[in-house]
Design a binder for this molecule. Sequence first.
Ligand SMILES: C[S@@+](CC[C@H](N)C(=O)[O-])C[C@H]1O[C@@H](n2cnc3c(N)ncnc32)[C@H](O)[C@@H]1O
Length: 231
Amino acid sequence: MTEETERRNFYGRTHGKTLRASQKQYLAEDLGRISLSGVTRDDNPARAPLDLAALTGGRPLWLEVGFGGGEHLVHMAARYPGVFIIGCEPFVNGVAMLLGKVRQAGLDNLVIHPGDVRDLFDVLPDACVEKCFLNYPDPWPKARHHRRRFVTPGYLSALARVTKPGAEFRVATDIPDYVRQTLEEVPPAGFDLVRQAGEGEAWEDWLCTRYEQKALREGRAPNYLTFRRQG
Ligand SMILES: C[S@@+](CC[C@H](N)C(=O)[O-])C[C@H]1O[C@@H](n2cnc3c(N)ncnc32)[C@H](O)[C@@H]1O
């Protein structure tokens, strides 16, 4: 473990309003089964790389960072049964919402890490991810907090290491300054911009999340950026 991983801070929320009884039940009954083992420091103190062949059965691996309530993650897993998806989300209320949706959909091609994506990056082998979704990442609007954004060198170099040459990286955001920073910081990390689109021009397999619906109601326009991993 490096000094950086020992000192890692997480600034977002991990708990919100009181969970409903059904959500507590999903967490008690389903979280262990759907959680990827070998990711946390307690589970994998040596930070050994995950055995992905055993996990995915040879299917292409996709990653969703910060899945919120899980609607996009579940939609993608249902739409692409030949793909295996890992979702990361430290906010327990979001995880509980996802578990309810997975129960209803009966999916077997997704797992989650209910925590910080950086802990997952530590244990993913090089060049294993073929598509990555970053939907409405935390905006951190104050200038002094911009270094907490996902689109900063620490996160992006880890993402670059774990993505395959040619992998797609999708970013959706309603924050103009987040678009600016994404366009500035993602290409130097090894990704080429291949598409920049606005309202009404989302990816053809996009699912409008609750977060996006709220942004639209409040008059903030979506931006959809697509990058391709170089190499
Ligand atoms: C604004 S919400 C958007 C949720 C969802 N993607 C959507 O579009 O509805 C951003 C999410 O990213 C998660 N997040 C923030 N930092 C993260 C990290 N380091 N690893 C994984 N998820 C993270 C937050 O907990 C939060 O749920």
